[in-house]
Design a protein around this ligand. Structure first.
Ligand code: S3P
Length: 170
């Protein structure tokens, strides 16, 4: 890639369940670098699960924690970085991503329903998953596209294939 020298080698964005962690770990192996995930950073720093942060303190507080985690990871990490699916909702977080090699892993709504089902550990999908997925994708697709240098479609593809496409895209 033609990056300026600092920051992660790849930043993966996209909806929950699209495979950011699986593909990110594969990519990190292939590139011989580390994998970092802002969700895991937040859980480690807070000592509680993300679902508990949402329930106890609300989404707005979570987005504040997430913005700080993204800023730190972009500064400190040189490998593959995955962001939480909603990180792009925050204007300041989107601005932080400017100039970084961001790849949007996309999937269609049916693929999303198939992959995540009724996973209650994902607080935004507790009720009517298909309708919520449609609304979530409609709201976020433009935001992912805004920050991304490339889009890789994951529908019906295995993680190895997606990882290859990410490398080709950069
Ligand atoms: C969220 C996605 C999750 C996590 C939180 C909120 C979202 O991350 O950050 O539950 O708003 O889409 P993953 O995309 O890693 O599941």
């Amino acid at each position: 890639s033609a990056d300026s020298g600092t920051g992660p080698a790849v930043v993966l964005v996209g909806p929950m369940g699209v495979g950011k962690s699986t593909v990110g770990e594969l990519l990190a192996d292939q590139l011989g670098t580390g994998f970092r995930d802002t969700d895991a950073d937040i859980v480690a720093a807070e000592g509680r699960e993300i679902s508990d942060i949402f329930i106890q303190d609300g989404e707005e507080h979570f987005r504040d924690l997430e913005r700080a985690a993204v800023r730190a990871a972009l500064t400190e990490h040189r490998g593959v970085l995955a962001l939480g699916g909603g990180a792009v909702l925050d204007d300041s977080t989107r601005e932080l991503l400017g100039g970084h090699p961001v790849v949007f892993l996309s999937m269609d709504v049916e693929e999303a329903v198939k992959r995540t089902g009724l996973n209650v550990a994902r607080p935004l999908l507790a009720v009517n998953p298909r309708r919520q997925w449609r609304e979530l994708m409609d709201a976020r697709r433009p935001l992912y596209a805004e920050v991304a240098r490339a889009v890789v479609t994951t529908d019906g593809r295995d993680p190895e294939d997606v990882a290859r496409a990410v490398l080709d895209a950069l």
